[in-house]
Write a protein of this length. Structure first.
Length: 243
C-alpha cells in the first residue's frame, strides 16, 4: 500500500521502518522546523501542505491509500487538517499518539491548560528549566522576576534577554545528567508540555529526586479520530492488505 505518515516523532520513524520492511511504499512528511532531523526509512517530504485543501490534493495526486498522523501531540493544526482531509478524500486515517505522562507517586504537578497559565504559575524568583520548545517562549520571558534555562534543539530567532540562558541539546537525556543539570543551576521549577514518551521522561524523574516543582501543560484537544498508542496497534488499525 501507499502510505503517508505525518511524522517527526520517534514513533513515526519506528512505524515507517516497520512498514518499509513489510514492503509498503511509505512517505514521511516533516514540517521542516528542525535542521538536520533524524530521517526515517522510505521517502521523505518536507514542508507544509497548504492547509486542508493542500493536504487533500496531495493525498489524491500521490495516490495515498492510508494516512497516519504520528505528529507531535501538540501539533494540533496538522492533526485537525488530517481529520478533515481524511473525511474529504475517504482515505483511512489512523492517529498514532504516545500516552501522556502521569505524576509519579508522591509528587504533585501544577497543571496548566495553556502557556499563559504555566507562566503565571511560576513564583517570583523561580529558576526555571523551560523544555517547551519555541512555542510561547516570549510569554515566559516576560516574567523578568524569574530566570530561565531555555532548552531547545534549534536556537530561537531572537536573542534571549539577560535573565535567560540558552541550552541547545537534542534528546534522549539520562537521569543522571538531568539531575546534575537541575542541581548545578539551582533549578526550582520545570515547565514541560505533556508530550509523553521515554526520550524526555528522565527530566520528570530527575525533578522528583531533586525536589523541583513540575508545571505541566495539558495536551490540546484534537478532532476525533481512530487513535492508537503503539506502533503495533497502528499496524493493526491500518488494515493493510498483503499479497
Amino acid at each position: 500500500m501507499n502510505i503517508l505518515i505525518l511524522g517527526g516523532t520517534v514513533e513515526a520513524r519506528q512505524l515507517a521502518g516497520r512498514l518499509v520492511t513489510l514492503g509498503h511504499k511509505v512517505t514521511t512528511s516533516l514540517a521542516g522546523r528542525t535542521q538536520d532531523p533524524i530521517l526515517p526509512e522510505g521517502a521523505l517530504r518536507i514542508g507544509p501542505f497548504g492547509g486542508i485543501a493542500g493536504l487533500s490534493a496531495y493525498l489524491q495526486a500521490a495516490g495515498i491509500e492510508r494516512l497516519v498522523d504520528a505528529s507531535h501531540p501538540f501539533a494540533d493544526q496538522i492533526s485537525g487538517n488530517a481529520v478533515a482531509a481524511s473525511k474529504k478524500t475517504g482515505i483511512r486515517l489512523v492517529r498514532l499518539t504516545r500516552p501522556g505522562w502521569e505524576p509519579p507517586a508522591g509528587q504533585s504537578w501544577i497543571m496548566a491548560a495553556s502557556v499563559q497559565e504555566a507562566a503565571a504559575a511560576l513564583p517570583a524568583g523561580a529558576v526555571v528549566l523551560l523544555t517547551t520548545g519555541h512555542s510561547g517562549l516570549e510569554t515566559y520571558l516576560q516574567r523578568q522576576d524569574c530566570s530561565f534555562l531555555v532548552r531547545v534543539i534549534e536556537a530561537p530567532a531572537f536573542e534571549l534577554p539577560g535573565h535567560a540562558q540558552l541550552l541547545r541539546t537534542r534528546p534522549p537525556y539520562t537521569l543522571g545528567d538531568e539531575i546534575a543539570l537541575m542541581r548545578n543551576h539551582g533549578v526550582t521549577h520545570l515547565v514541560s508540555k505533556n508530550s509523553g514518551g521515554v526520550q524526555t521522561r528522565a527530566k520528570l524523574d530527575a525533578a522528583q529526586q531533586a525536589g523541583v516543582q513540575v508545571v505541566m501543560i495539558a495536551r490540546p484537544l484534537h478532532a476525533p479520530a481512530l487513535e492508537v498508542d503503539s506502533v503495533e496497534a497502528a499496524l493493526s488499525a491500518l488494515e493493510l492488505v498483503t499479497a
